[in-house]
Design a protein around this ligand. Structure first.
Ligand SMILES: [Zn+2]
Length: 408
């Protein structure tokens, strides 16, 4: 795994190795002892750190083992999943076992009953023994892990990050199959930064940015530094991608049309040349609000997507004159950690439906989400790494010593 690209390694580890490989074993036996399970988890943690060049603190690891839709990486914990896997498999095969076993002998599956009793001791008498769905059996254990993680992440910044990375666009990149030809392979540096941002792990050593701000180990400053050129590049890349989506849907569109608003100099990012819906052409404007920015953090720590909603309100006011009998304006607001507002969600759903109608491939809907999610990761990483490269002490190592008042 250390020899191959990190994006490929991540997909193999999370989707093909470890827990997926153990599923059959866990469903057909009681699983390994606690000691073996701990050894296995420790091995997984050390291996992950070595392959991706990251360091897991307890908080980060507790998040990594959760499923992707809970903000983790889906690595799982053998000891916690083993009883649920065994019980669901036993329930699903109970009818078949009854047919196989002799009809005239009363048979009682003591192993199953004992496992169920122990499961109820831990999680309470909340599930029927005949539940066949492993997902449902896993729920109580995962909810306990999720509550523990939320208790550890009680700062507004951690709360907002945890909620944001659970969003569809915050997680879709983890399910994408890397492909260089399709432009959906992240380089090694981007994978490391993306993992760290998702799990709240240190990305950089602390340093002073060119703009004078002190950058913490989490590296978030690079995402919003006023000297960053990555933000403009991200905006252009997203606008290009939206134009590409219109092309795929056979809807001609132009970028940054002039003269749409006669009484102001504002120019939206694009405009369709044929009606989008109900005879109205659509104009759009893209923005990427920072989920953890100071002006949003009190809102995003309370509710997922609040920064996108505020940004959408601002855009709707700015371009209100683009809503009339023949035109409709849509803000496209994607928070840099993934969440979107309702209007943006509806826009992506509608254009994906139009593309699927044309291509006939329902997977196009999934690919669109994955592409946008990967675009976010790519440019978040770019912004952070570019910020470090611009740092005066990196460009001129002597600056670092001089800035601390030391003699060279
Ligand atoms: Zn800066």
């Amino acid at each position: 795994m250390t020899e191959i690209g990190k994006h490929d390694a991540l997909v193999l580890l999370t989707q093909a190795a470890f827990i997926p490989r153990l599923s059959y074993f866990l469903r057909t036996s009681l699983g390994p002892s606690q000691q073996k399970s701990d050894e296995f988890n420790n091995e997984l943690r050390m291996g992950f750190q070595k392959i991706f060049n990251v360091f897991f603190d307890d908080k980060g690891w507790k998040q990594a083992i959760l499923p992707v839709n809970m903000g983790g990486l889906g690595l799982g914990v053998v000891a916690e999943l083993a009883p649920s896997a065994f019980l669901s498999s036993a329930a699903a095969t109970a009818a078949l076992q009854d047919k196989i076993l002799p009809m005239d002998v009363a048979y009682q599956d003591d192993l199953r009953l004992e496992t169920f009793r122990r499961w109820c001791t831990v999680y309470g008498d909340i599930m029927d023994i005949n539940v066949c769905s492993q997902k449902k059996s896993n729920e109580p254990s995962l909810n306990v892990s999720k509550s523990k993680l939320e208790k550890l992440n009680d700062s507004p910044s951690d709360k907002a990050r945890l909620m944001a990375v659970r969003s569809e666009l915050g997680s879709a990149w983890l399910r994408a199959i890397p492909s260089t030809a399709c432009g959906i392979r992240l380089d090694n540096g981007s994978i490391r930064v993306s993992l760290c941002l998702r799990l709240g792990l240190p990305v950089v050593s602390g340093y002073r940015c060119l703009c004078g701000a002190d950058v913490s180990q989490l590296g978030h400053h690079g995402l919003s530094c006023r000297l960053s050129s990555g933000r403009q590049a991200r905006h252009s890349a997203m606008n290009d991608y939206i134009c590409k989506l219109f092309q795929k849907a056979d809807i001609p569109a132009v970028k940054e049309p002039a003269g749409l608003l006669s009484e102001s100099n504002f120019r939206p990012d694009g405009y369709t040349l044929v009606p989008w819906s109900q005879g109205c052409c659509l104009s759009w404007d893209v923005t990427f609000p920072h989920t953890l920015a100071e002006r949003y953090i009190n809102y995003t720590a309370m509710e997922q997507g609040s920064a996108a909603v505020k940004a959408a309100d601002f855009k709707n006011t700015k371009y209100k004159d683009l809503n009339d009998n023949t035109r409709v304006f849509v803000p496209i607001c994607v928070e840099i950690f993934g969440p979107v507002d309702k209007q943006t969600q509806l826009f992506f759903d509608n254009i994906a439906t139009k593309i699927v109608e044309k291509s006939g491939d329902p997977n196009d809907k999934i690919y669109i989400k994955q592409n946008i999610s990967l675009l976010l990761q790519k440019f978040n990483s770019f912004c952070i790494l570019e910020n470090i490269a611009k740092c005066p002490s990196v460009r001129d190592p002597e600056y670092c010593l001089l800035s601390r008042g030391e003699m060279i």
